[in-house]
Each structure stands twice: as structure tokens, then as C-alpha cells.
Design a protein around this ligand. Structure first.
Ligand SMILES: *Cc1c(COP(=O)(O)O)cnc(C)c1O
Length: 379
């Protein structure tokens, strides 16, 4: 992603001042002593990994977390030298890179511990690792019932040192916390067993944004937050923090205006037929940019008003009805997601159109839309 203004009349604006405000508000909301890991995988959910990571570090992030080694390398290439956690499992080739680059891996079984320990030894290093305990997500990690024994054996490796033990919730942001509390109980049991076994480490962590907001009893030493500093909540029902606002606005401009008569159709598939004369604005964006694939559904903001999508949109074009917005002109700015005047189309509205969640709707804006950073640049 670059900071150069693009010629293309379609782009994503990221408000770095609001990002700083959000981190500041979140920091103040945290209980004293709680640390946080800033999760910036997939370009910080489409907002820009480097910009979000740098801001997070200014607000005291303990580490930056990513999902792939490539992302971690890219962050280092952008002079981010903070500790980096790489979620998930690593291939043997990736383990070698993690040793040379000092990326912190998750090691959840004896074999991988042995492998990393050997690599660390030949590099003359002692590598920090975190262990993931699977408490019910059934994804990565050592099963909670086997965790104490496995962690004891990993703790015996001379060239590794266990810095953290963590787990991840299956559902932390909905009203029903039954399963989350069961996961928490399993994690607590593992912690108690490890303490009894005399295994010491610095960080216990379990919470994503949903857990941070709604499960203070699960905070432990660190929380891992991704979506919240972006000003977006993981669900409609989790706790709100006053003052947090979305930092992403998706914009385009009207590329053409066409008048159609009664009986005329709009778009592929002839999904809309005009009952009378209509004025139609053509937007130079479509599902190839991450706008939902819709038929006569969804709205955009033009001249501070909502204009409905008419017909089926295409990969590169979307038509909206501006009959009731006579002042709309070619090259007027259009907001696809975000605020214009008093109107707002939020990420949840976009997500509903796609039949998906806010995370998917955020990451859905494709990289062919350039990111434009507003606010003071980060050093
Ligand atoms: C993505 C991710 C997070 C961050 O989740 P948010 O809900 O965006 O805060 C935390 N932990 C793990 C393991 C993740 O994969």
C-alpha cells in the first residue's frame, strides 16, 4: 500500500488521527496493569498493517501479531522492530526464518519444540515462544487436557523459553457467554496445573476484542485486539466504549449520469425496469473492488443523501438512482461506507448486504482501491 494519491476516482481513506484517538480511549478503558497485543493481520483488516502497528506501539503495545511470516517480514522491512507474534502453525522453512528474524512462534507440540530448539541452538539463540492451548475452538494448539504435560516437556528445551501461554475464544462477543466461560474454566485449570508444576512464564492471554470488552475475568496479562482500534465492534451486542469511531471511509465519484425512460432496464440480468423516467448515476466501482454483489439492494451517499442501488452491479460499475437528488453532478464525491453529512453507511450495513460479519466486510475492500492516509504521518 502506498501513500500516493491515486488518479483513480475510487479509494479508501484511513483517518490516522481517529486511530490515535481510538487507541487512547482503549488504553484509558483498560484496567491498570493490563497489556495489549495489536493484531494487524491481513493489512490490519484492510486498513494498513504498518500504519496501525506503528500507532499501536506509540500507545504501548507489547507486541504486534500477524498471521503469516510474509506479513511479519514486510513489517520488519518497514522498520518495525517490536516483538512480532505470528499466529498459527509454521512450516520447517518458516521456523528457520523466524529464528533469523526473531519472530515469536507458537509451539504446541514436542516435535516442533525440538525442531525450533535445534535451529535456535545453531543460531546461538534462545527463542521466546508462546504455547496455544485449545480450550474448545478446535483449531490450533494443544488440547487443554494434554497441555500441562506437553508444556512441561517444551519447558525443558534449553534453547527455547516459554514467554506466554494463550488460548482463543470461539464466541466471546455474543450475549450467551456459556461456552466462553467453559473455555475460560479449562484455561484456568491449565494455568493452575502449570503453577503446581512450577512452570513460570510472563504472559497469559486469552481475549480478542469481544473478550476484552465483555469478559474482564479473562483478561489475564495481555489482550489481543485487532478490530477495536479500527473503531469497529465485533458484534452488535458487545459493550460499547464512548468515543470510538471507525477510521475507514470508502469513497468514489460519479463517473456518468444517464436518464432512462419508463420501460428501460438497468444493468446485467435486466434486474430493474423503470416505471417512469429516472436519473441514474454510474459509479466506477463494483464487486471487483469489494462492494457487495447486489441487485436492487444497498445504498450509497451522494450530496449527504442516500441513493439506492438499482439493477445488478458489475465488477467495475454500480448504478444508483439520483432522481431525488437533482443537484448530483458528474464527479461528485460518493461515500460507499462511512459518513457524509449526517448520514452514515456503517460496516454492519455493508456486512448485512453480503450476508457476513464486520471482519469480512472490512477485509473485503480490495487492494485495487488505494489507501489514502489522513492525519499526521507517523515517523
Ligand atoms: C485475529 C485474532 C485476534 C484479534 O481479534 P479481534 O476480534 O479482531 O480483536 C486475536 N487473537 C487471535 C488468535 C486472532 O487470530
Amino acid at each position: 500500500m502506498n501513500n500516493l494519491a491515486s488518479e483513480r476516482p475510487a479509494w479508501v481513506e484511513i483517518d490516522l488521527d481517529q486511530l490515535r484517538t481510538n487507541f487512547d480511549i482503549i488504553r484509558r478503558d483498560m484496567p491498570a496493569g493490563l497489556g495489549f497485543v495489536s493484531v494487524v493481520k491481513d493489512e490490519a483488516y484492510g486498513h494498513g498493517m504498518v500504519q496501525v502497528a506503528r500507532t499501536a506501539l506509540q500507545f504501548g503495545a507489547t507486541a504486534i501479531a500477524l498471521a503469516t511470516v510474509d506479513e511479519a517480514l514486510q513489517l520488519r522491512q518497514n522498520q518495525v522492530y517490536a516483538p512480532i507474534l505470528v499466529f498459527g502453525e509454521r512450516t520447517e522453512e518458516e521456523l528457520e526464518i523466524c529464528v533469523t528474524q526473531n519472530f515469536t512462534c507458537f509451539i504446541n507440540d514436542r516435535r516442533k519444540a525440538e525442531k525450533l530448539s535445534r535451529l535456535a541452538k545453531s543460531a546461538g539463540k534462545r527463542m521466546p515462544i508462546h504455547v496455544e492451548v485449545d480450550t474448545g475452538l478446535s483449531r490450533y494448539g494443544v488440547k487443554w487436557s494434554e497441555a500441562p504435560a506437553v508444556i512441561v516437556s517444551i519447558a525443558g528445551k534449553k534453547h527455547l523459553h516459554i514467554e506466554g501461554v494463550m488460548s482463543h475464544f470461539a464466541m466471546s462477543d455474543e450475549l450467551d457467554k456459556t461456552f466462553a466461560l467453559q473455555q475460560l474454566e479449562r484455561f484456568r485449570q491449565v494455568m493452575a496445573d502449570l503453577q503446581e508444576l512450577g512452570i513460570e512464564f510472563k504472559y497469559r492471554h486469552m481475549c480478542n476484542t469481544g473478550g476484552f470488552l465483555d469478559l474482564p475475568q479473562a483478561h489475564f496479562d495481555l489482550v489481543r485486539i485487532g478490530i477495536l482500534p479500527l473503531g469497529v465492534y465485533p458484534s452488535q451486542v458487545c459493550r460499547r466504549i464512548r468515543g470510538l469511531l471507525p477510521i475507514m471511509t470508502v469513497k468514489t465519484k460519479i463517473a456518468a449520469i444517464t436518464e432512462i425512460e419508463a420501460g428501460d432496464y438497468i444493468g446485467y440480468g435486466m434486474r430493474y425496469q423503470a416505471a417512469e423516467r429516472r436519473r441514474i448515476a454510474v459509479l466506477p466501482v463494483g464487486y471487483g473492488d469489494g462492494f457487495p454483489r447486489v441487485r436492487n439492494q444497498g445504498e450509497v451517499l451522494i450530496c449527504d443523501k442516500r441513493a439506492p442501488v438499482v439493477g445488478g452491479n458489475a465488477m467495475d460499475a454500480t448504478m444508483v438512482d439520483v432522481t431525488d437528488i437533482p443537484q448530483a453532478q458528474v464527479w461528485n464525491e460518493v461515500v460507499l461506507m462511512g459518513k457524509q453529512g449526517d448520514e452514515e453507511i456503517d460496516v454492519h450495513e455493508i456486512a448485512r448486504l453480503q450476508g457476513t460479519v464486520s471482519y469480512h466486510a472490512l477485509t473485503g475492500w480490495r487492494s485495487r482501491l488505494p489507501r489514502i492516509y489522513l492525519g499526521e504521518a507517523q515517523s
